[in-house]
Design a protein around this ligand. Structure first.
Ligand SMILES: Nc1nc2c(ncn2[C@@H]2O[C@H](COP(=O)(O)OP(=O)(O)OP(=O)(O)O)[C@@H](O)[C@H]2O)c(=O)[nH]1
Ligand SMILES: [Mg+2]
Length: 437
């Protein structure tokens, strides 16, 4: 996500950071570079103009504060403006406090509405301790109902459908009755998509929204389609009073232009982003975190959250116990590496850390994680539990089995040994003391 833009902007930031004094020429150059970077990332032209305008005005009018350098101050202006045009932090759902919260998903064909229904339902259930139900109200495509039912089964969330009727009013009313009967506190309605915005679709959607008394109407847009997503969201929002946007497929090679333009163009905030086909690939959208990431300022909060989510709690607990007792083995080491890989691409994770940009492509070698895994796989169970027994001939056998050379096997064993020593020290001193020395 945003790789190219991130590279370009963090270069601008880097140049400015290094400046003790900042001249008018520096600012001019920086503004020109920022403009170019945004245009290359496919950000809407009008949005780029208004952004640059605001930055320029602020940069010229601002008194330079004593405590920070002018370069830092300029970066702060870019940061503030970017956050403000990405939206406020109001990414929470507008819950209905006196009854069932109803959320309707709308959007064009194939953008990810049905998938997002399931992702959002799972978010409500697991993160917000809600008891959601989904209503299959896509009556255009017969397979759509089954698709939602299958997703519901996978995440253990009920789906209401009535395949016998094409009467959308009836389906919604029956679905709401079902929700009440089963004590659900939230309803997510999946609707039909069309290739183009047409009156028939709009009328059907208006009806759904009205009958269901929706608290939220989320427009689902495909982030990969760039400015097309922005244009259609504008047309849509003129016809239906959408309350927020879900931007999907942000895992693809989207340059980020849609994300950076859509709020400014429609006036509606991005609430969530979809980052993959899996149900868990769904995140609340935090403008400030995204901007920190784009400008290379790091996003420690996001990193910690992501790590917490994916790490298998039980495995980690077991690992911690083993660490404390100094009993962890190569097998545990391998498990930890696999957990680490589940968090996404290593360079993505490093990119989220402060200063991580500098490390990009430097110290992370994802291939290395793969071969470490292969080497450990080639060991016998006994070897994994007692690496001391791995002598010369065993090393050769392991190297052959994993398709690596003996030096690499040696290197891994040495690193593992060093890690064990480090942990031993850590246990003796206590973790806090260890980190401070
Ligand atoms: N990579 C990726 N794929 C996604 C994401 N969200 C949805 N998809 C995929 O996009 C395709 C279409 O998703 P659906 O949820 O069926 O889209 P829809 O809007 O309901 O489609 P219609 O009901 O036909 O209008 C599926 O193959 C999904 O797996 C995402 O965030 N990332
Ligand atoms: Mg669908």
């Amino acid at each position: 996500m945003f790789n190219q833009l991130q590279d370009r902007l963090s270069n601008v930031v880097k140049t400015l950071r290094g400046q003790g004094k900042i001249s008018e020429k520096n600012v001019k150059d920086a503004i020109r570079d920022v403009r170019r970077a945004l245009l290359e990332a496919d950000v809407n032209l009008m949005v780029v103009r208004s952004f640059i305008d605001k930055v320029q005005k602020k940069a010229v009018g601002e008194k330079v504060l004593k405590s920070i350098s002018p370069g830092q101050q300029f970066i702060k202006i870019i940061y503030d403006e970017m956050v403000s045009f990405l939206g406020s932090d109001d990414n929470e759902i507008n819950y209905n406090n006196s009854g069932i919260t109803v959320i309707t998903m709308v959007g064009l064909q194939g953008v990810g509405k049905t998938t997002s229904c399931a992702k959002l339902a799972s978010f409500l259930k697991n993160k917000k301790q809600k008891n959601p139900i989904m209503i299959a109200a896509d009556i255009q495509r017969p397979a759509a109902i089954e698709q939602l039912e299958t997703l519901g089964k996978n995440i253990n969330i009920p789906v209401f459908s009535n395949k016998k009727t094409k009467d959308i009013k009836r389906i919604i009313n029956e679905g709401i009755a079902k929700a009440k009967e089963s004590n659900s506190d939230s309803i997510i309605i999946d609707t039909a998509g069309r290739l183009h915005i047409d009156d028939a679709l709009m009328n059907e959607l208006k009806e759904v929204v009205e009958i269901s008394n929706s608290n939220e109407i989320f427009y689902v847009a495909d982030g990969m389609t760039g400015q097309d997503a922005v244009n259609s969201s504008k047309l849509f929002s003129e016809k239906i009073n959408i309350s927020g946007i879900i931007l999907t497929k942000m895992d693809g090679d989207s340059k980020g232009g849609a994300a950076l333009s859509i709020k400014e163009v429609t006036g509606k905030p991005i609430k969530f982003i979809g980052t993959g086909e899996k149900i868990s690939a769904f995140e609340l959208f935090y403008p400030d975190r995204i901007v920190k990431r784009i400008l290379g300022m790091g996003d420690v909060v996001g990193l910690v959250e992501k790590a917490e989510e994916v790490f298998d709690k039980e495995l980690s607990e077991e690992f911690n116990q083993k660490l404390l007792k100094n009993k962890f083995t190569l097998k545990d080491f391998q498990n930890q590496l696999r957990q680490f890989k589940k968090m996404g691409s290593v360079s993505d994770i490093i990119g989220m850390m402060p200063g991580g940009n500098k490390l990009k492509g430097l110290s992370v070698d994802e291939k290395k994680l793969v071969w470490i895994d292969a080497i450990i796989n080639s060991m016998t169970k006994e070897e994994r539990l007692n690496p001391e027994i791995i002598n010369g001939s065993r090393r050769q056998r392991i190297a052959l089995g994993s398709g690596r050379n003996v030096q690499e096997v040696n290197q891994l064993l040495k690193q593992f040994d060093q890690m064990k020593n480090m942990i031993k020290k850590m246990n003796k001193k206590g973790i806090n003391k260890f980190l401070l020395t």
